[in-house]
Design a protein. Structure first.
Length: 328
C-alpha cells in the first residue's frame, strides 16, 4: 500500500475550497482566520487519533471498534503525569511546559501501546479475517476497558488544564489564534510526516507493505510477518494514546467515555479518506475539523450533523473515499 500511489490533486483541493467557500458566509476575515486555524487544529488532533486506526485497518485489515479505549487511557495517563509535574506546567515558560508535555505524551503512548499488545493477543488474534466478529468483540473490549479506567481513576470527569504558557492566544492581524491550536497543527504534521517516511522510506515499512500484498512470499524470505503486524497494532494503539492526550488538552477535561464519543468522528474520517489510506485520513480529518468549526459558528443547531452530511456528499462523489486503497 503506497501512500502516494497515483496521487490525485483533486481531494487535496477540497480543504482550501471549503475554507474559501466559508469566507463569504462568515464575513469577517479575522473571524474566518480564527475559525480556520481552530478547524485545522481540531482536524490534526482527529488525524492523530484516526491515524492509528487507519494504520491497523490499512495494513492488517482489522476493524478495531475498541480503538476508543486507547484514546481514553492515554488521556488519563497524561492527567497523572502532568499532575506530578505541577512546577513545570504552572511555570510561565514555554520550554518548561513542553518539558512537562513530552514525558506525558511518551508515557501515554507507552501505556496505550502496552495495552494494545495485550488487546491484540487476547481479543484481536482469534478473529483475524472475520470482520463481524472483530466489530462485536472489540466493542466488548472497549466497554471492559472503560470500566477498568473507572476503577483506577474513578467515573467522574477529571480536569486536564493547559500548561500556563500554552493558554491564551496570539494575534495575527486582527485575528486571535489560540496557542495550543498552533501546537496541535505542528504535532499533527509531524505525525503525518513520520508515518509517510516510515512506510515509504524504511525497510520495516517496505516489509509491512509487501506483507499486505503477498504474505506467503515475504515469510518465505525468512521474515516473520506476524511480529511485524503485532508491531503495527502496538504503534496504532500508541498513536491513539497520543491523540487522547491532545484531545484531552483540547477539551481541557477527560472522561472514561471520551474515546467512544470520538469514535464517531474517527470513522467518518476513515470512510471519507478511503478505508486505510493515511493521506486520505489526513484530508478527511482536516475537512471534518473545518466543517465542525464553520457550522458551529454559522448554524450551531446543525453542527452535529454537518460532518455526516459532508461524508455523504463526498461518498456521492467518490463512493470508495477520496484515496481508496487499491487492494481493499
Amino acid at each position: 500500500m503506497s501512500l502516494f500511489k497515483e496521487l490525485d490533486w483533486k481531494p487535496m483541493a477540497l480543504v482550501p475550497v471549503l475554507a474559501l467557500a466559508a469566507l463569504p458566509a462568515i464575513g469577517s476575515p479575522s473571524t474566518w482566520l480564527t475559525l480556520t486555524v481552530a478547524g485545522l487544529a481540531m482536524g490534526m488532533i482527529v488525524f492523530i487519533i484516526a491515524s492509528g486506526l487507519t494504520l491497523v485497518f490499512g495494513l492488517m485489515d482489522v476493524l478495531n471498534f475498541g480503538h476508543g479505549v486507547f484514546i481514553a487511557l492515554g488521556a488519563f495517563v497524561a492527567t497523572t503525569v502532568l499532575a506530578s509535574m505541577g512546577s513545570y506546567t504552572t511555570a510561565d515558560s514555554l520550554w518548561l511546559n513542553l518539558l512537562a508535555l513530552l514525558p506525558a505524551m511518551l508515557v501515554a503512548m507507552a501505556v496505550a501501546g502496552a495495552l494494545g499488545l495485550v488487546f491484540e493477543r487476547l481479543i484481536i488474534r482469534p478473529v483475524y479475517g472475520m470482520h463481524l466478529k472483530q466489530i462485536l468483540i472489540t466493542m466488548g473490549g472497549m466497554i471492559i476497558g472503560e470500566e477498568l479506567i473507572k476503577v483506577i481513576w474513578g467515573p467522574e470527569q477529571i480536569p486536564l488544564p493547559l500548561p500556563e504558557a500554552l493558554r491564551g492566544a496570539v494575534l495575527m492581524g486582527d485575528a486571535a489564534v489560540e496557542k495550543y491550536r498552533l501546537l496541535a497543527v505542528l504535532v499533527g504534521a509531524a505525525v503525518f510526516a513520520a508515518m509517510v517516511w516510515t512506510l515509504n522510506r524504511t525497510k520495516v515499512g517496505l516489509l509491512i507493505r509487501a506483507g499486505v500484498q503477498d504474505r506467503e512470499m515475504v515469510e518465505s524470505l525468512g521474515y516473520r510477518i506476524r511480529r511485524l503486524f503485532v508491531g503495527v497494532f502496538v504503534a496504532g494503539s500508541a498513536l491513539a494514546g497520543l491523540g487522547g492526550v491532545m484531545w484531552g488538552l483540547y477539551q481541557q477535561n477527560v472522561t472514561p467515555q471520551m474515546g467512544a464519543q470520538v469514535n464517531v468522528l474517527i470513522f467518518i474520517v476513515i470512510i471519507i479518506g478511503g478505508l486505510g489510506s493515511t493521506l486520505g485520513a489526513l484530508i478527511g480529518a482536516l475537512l471534518v475539523g473545518l466543517m465542525a468549526n464553520y457550522t458551529g459558528f454559522l448554524v450551531p443547531k446543525v453542527a452535529l450533523f454537518s460532518n455526516i452530511a459532508l461524508m455523504v456528499a463526498i461518498l456521492l462523489w467518490r463512493p470508495q473515499g477520496v484515496y481508496p486503497v487499491t487492494n481493499r
